[in-house]
Design a protein around this ligand. Sequence first.
Ligand SMILES: *Cc1c(COP(=O)(O)O)cnc(C)c1O
Length: 377
Amino acid sequence: MRTSIEINRSALTNNIKVFRKLVGKKRVLSVAVKANSYGHGLVEASGIFVKAGADWLIVDSVEEGIELREAGIDVPILIVGYVPLKQLGKLFDYDFRAVVYNKQTAKKLSTLANSRRKKIGVHVKIETGTTRQGVTPKEIIPFIKTIKSDYIDIEGALTHFANIEDVLEHDFADKQLDIFKSTVELLKAHKLPLKYVHCANSGAAILFPKTHFNMVRVGIGAYGMWPSQETKLTAMRMHRNQLGLQPAMTVKSMIAQIKDVPAGSYVGYGCTYKTTKKSKIAIVPIGYFDGYDRKLSNTGYVLIHGKRAPVRGRVCMNMIMVDISDISNVRLEDPVVIMGKQKSESITAEQLGEWIGTINYEVTTRFREGLPRVIKK
Ligand SMILES: *Cc1c(COP(=O)(O)O)cnc(C)c1O
C-alpha cells in the first residue's frame, strides 16, 4: 500500500495506564472511540484499549457499536450520539447502553423494553450550559417520569463541559459542575440509584479530580494528544510533568516520482507556485481525499529522510508535490511521513492543525477511513 496509517500499540496501551493511574482502579475508565477512534481505526484501537484495561467504550452511533460487537468486543458500550427512533431496537439486540434526552426516545424505549421484557441501561444527559444534547435541571423530573418501564435501568447521569480545554480560567466549568451536582442530587432524591455519574472528558480528567465522580470519559488523551495547549500548560503546572502521554499515529506515504525542474517552473493547479531556482520536485500519493487538507497548499511540510520538505503548489485530490532540493539521495518509493516522527524530526497533529487553522481532533479524525491502519509493536 502506498499510503497507510501506523498505529503504535504500546503508545495506546501506555496512555490507558496513565489514565488508570490518574483515576484509580475503582472508577469506570471509559474511552471514546467515535470518529473511527479519532482516526486510529475503530476496531483496531478499541481492541488495544480493552486489552490495556479500558472498562467501557463510547461511540457516537449504533453503526459504530455494531461494528465493535461484530469484531467480538464485549465490554459495555455507551452510545452518546443520537439514536433514531427506528433504531432503538438495536440497543436491545446488541446490549448497548444509551444516553437519553428526548421524551419521544424515552417513551418509545419504554414500550420496546416492556414488549421485549429485556433490561437496558440508560444515562440521562443533563444540560448544564453547553447548549448541546441534554435536559435542563428544570425539566429533568418530568423527563424521568416519561420513562415507564421496569426494564429500563436509569443507571447513569452525565453532562459535558463547554470550554474546560479552551481556557486557563475555569469558572464556567465550575458553574456547570455545580449545576450538574445539584441536578444529580435532585435525581437521587427521586430514588434513582445512578450507579454511574460522569462528566469528565480528557481535559477535566487531567485537571480536576473533583470531576471524576465514579466514571470518566477519555478521548483525545487516550490517543496521546492534549485537548489543548492551555490544558497542557495547566497540567504541567499541577502535575509538574507531562503525564507521559504518547501520540500513536503515523501517517506514511512514499515517493511516486522525482523530477528535476528548471527555475521558473510552475507547480500544480492554478500555477500558484513558481520555482525560484533549479529544483527537485517529488510527487507523493496523498491528497485532500485522504484527509490532507487543501489549505496545506504551499503551506505544509512532510518528512523525507528525517528532513522537512515543503509542499509546493496546491494539494490535489490524490497527490501533492514537495520540494526535495535540499535532501540528497531521495529515491523512488522512499518513505514520506505526513504526520508523525522520522529520525529526529516530527510533524504533530497540533502542527498540522496550526497550519490549517483547526485542532488536533479534526486533523486525526479526517484521515480517510479507507486508508489501512497497521498496528505496530
Ligand atoms: C468525545 C467525547 C468525550 C471525549 O472528549 P475528549 O475531549 O476527546 O477527551 C467525552 N464525552 C463525550 C460525551 C464525548 O462525546
